[in-house]
Design a protein. Structure first.
Lengths: 255, 270
């Protein structure tokens, strides 16, 4: 495995470089846009929803930002990851390379974006009078989980996209739905206990909630919460790897 | 000790309605029983082995299963039945000019292609100038790749690939690109690689090229192996006659008859 990784390290680096250059070549703002765009979303949400939910939610800006931060990373990563395999069909039908490299390369790019947005997030936290505690270190756990989760979903989607080309539209509808169910701009306190538990079935909500707990409430979630997140990641990643393994040589027929 | 060995390699290929289809369309077609997938054998029981330094020419009409076979050899496809055994590393040049990225510059594409072929960054740093020199693209290094002509693209692809010292080199319709001068240069380069001990597989529609360069011939027709051996002249003669007469040889005798007929025709024409 390590030998294989060394062998493809150069290719991986070149793929990452290529994806970067292609993405930012013809835009004036370049990478700044990737940070600006979630900030604009945040601004809009702040303006629209403060009236409805902002009054009784402490640190509402940070509350919103937590949701946006996680969700925009998730949606960027999965949407861009989806096309990674098809987009490189000219390569993998001609050269024998590991097919997951294309997805990983895209994910490196979205991860860097996420990192930059995260820095802006902390700046906003300071402005919003959040006191940082040592517990911030715990954020590494949901971030690691989120990266793996996004890769898992990306694996599944990119494989499905090879088989069914309209997955793209179905997925965009689904992400829309997921966004409304992830409690990005509202709180779930008003729902009954049973409904609140239903929210825990949504992995994206788990990540958002973890962020809020640490940053706003400065409490570490329970061990069960951690395990639930890990289980989501393992399931998704497992399905993704299985699909890639099973169809490794069969993707060829579909392009 | 053979470098490459294929034993009863059969590859089943699928084609049909599943290509470029959406989930909705898939469901609709399934409901209407209008979903058809045809499977056919692109290659059937192909068996041969190559020694170090062999140069194999694969001949056959369109749809004979040549490209599919090369994909199995290079590991892009897995044989449905049988097995492929390879010793050492493989560099495959399948449909040269594809797989490049039009938006990147020539330099970036060179590195990317080098990475795909399994070179190291150090190796590419050392060889880069040499590649560009050989491809005669000194003035185009920082131009976007899509501005190049198709001949230039193939030249670059060939230059990158021919630099390696692969144990097995696969060339699919590679030498028929570029202008006359470059073709000569690339043929010389090819001979250099072969003399260096590499095993080479060449697919070419130019039968003269096969006659010229190859030491062994594999003849495929509709996936079936018609002949394999080192009697290059005999098989090439027979193949050329087959192209005229459209009569597929069934055994050794047929092949010899075909070759004889070809020679007779040649003699009478001269």
């Amino acid at each position: 495995m390590i030998k294989k990784m060394r062998k493809f390290q150069f290719l991986f680096e070149e793929l990452v470089k290529r994806d970067f250059k292609k993405k930012y070549k013809r835009t004036v703002l370049g990478m700044a846009w990737s940070i600006l765009s979630p900030l604009l979303t945040l601004l809009v949400m702040r303006l629209v929803f403060t009236q409805f939910f902002g009054r009784d939610t402490p640190h509402y800006t940070t509350y919103l930002f937590c949701g946006n931060l996680v969700f925009s990373y998730f949606s960027d990563s999965t949407n861009q990851g989806m096309t990674s395999l098809i987009g490189n069909s000219a390569i993998f039908t001609k050269v024998n390379v590991p097919k997951y490299l294309f997805l990983f390369s895209k994910n490196v790019q979205t991860l860097i974006n996420f990192g930059l947005t995260l820095c802006v997030f902390f700046v906003f936290c300071i402005i919003d009078d959040i006191t940082f505690t040592w517990k911030l270190v715990c954020l590494l756990y949901p971030i690691a989980c989120l990266v793996l989760f996004n890769i898992g979903v990306g694996l599944i989607l990119s494989a499905l996209f090879v088989f069914f080309r309209d997955i793209q539209y179905l997925w965009s509808v689904f992400t829309q739905l997921l966004m409304y169910m992830s409690a990005i701009f509202y709180t779930i306190d008003r729902y009954s206990y049973n409904v609140q538990c239903l929210f825990l079935l949504n992995p994206v909500y788990l990540f958002i909630r973890y962020f809020r707990k640490i940053v706003i409430e400065a409490t570490i979630p329970t061990i069960w919460f951690h395990l639930l997140m890990a289980a989501d990641v393992i399931i998704v990643l497992g399905i993704g790897c299985w699909m890639y393994k099973k169809y490794n040589h069969r993707f060829l027929y579909y392009v | 000790m053979s470098v490459l060995q294929l034993e009863n390699v059969s590859i089943r290929y699928m084609t049909g309605d599943f290509k470029d289809i959406g989930l909705k369309e898939y469901v609709m077609r399934r409901l209407k029983h209008n979903y058809h997938v045809t499977e056919f054998w692109a290659d059937r029981d192909v068996t041969f082995s190559l020694e170090k330094g062999d140069m194999l020419g694969i001949i056959g009409t369109n749809g004979a299963g040549k490209s599919t076979l090369l994909k199995a050899i290079s590991g892009i496809m897995e044989p449905t039945k049988g097995w492929v055994k390879r010793e050492g590393n493989i560099a495959a040049l399948l449909e040269l000019a594809s797989g490049f990225d039009g938006d990147l510059t020539v330099r970036e594409n060179t590195y990317l292609r080098g990475a795909m072929l399994g070179y190291t960054r150090k190796f590419m740093d050392e060889m880069y100038d040499q590649i560009i020199d050989f491809a005669e693209l000194q003035d185009f290094q920082d131009r976007p790749f899509k501005q190049l002509s198709s001949g230039m693209k193939s030249r670059l692809a060939f230059s990158i690939a021919s630099l390696v010292q692969p144990d097995i080199l696969i060339l699919d319709e590679v030498l028929s690109v570029g202008d006359g001068a470059f073709r000569k240069k690339s043929e010389a380069k090819m001979r250099e690689i072969i003399n260096g001990g590499a095993t080479t597989i060449l697919v070419s529609h130019s039968i003269d090229q096969v006659r010229d360069m190859c030491s062994k011939v594999l003849w495929l027709d509709k996936g079936r192996q018609i002949a394999f051996g080192d009697e290059v002249q005999l098989y090439c003669d027979a193949y050329e006659e087959f192209l005229m007469a459209k009569r597929l040889p069934k055994n050794r005798e047929d092949i010899e008859n075909l070759a004889k007929a070809f020679e007779d025709r040649q003699a009478s024409e001269n």
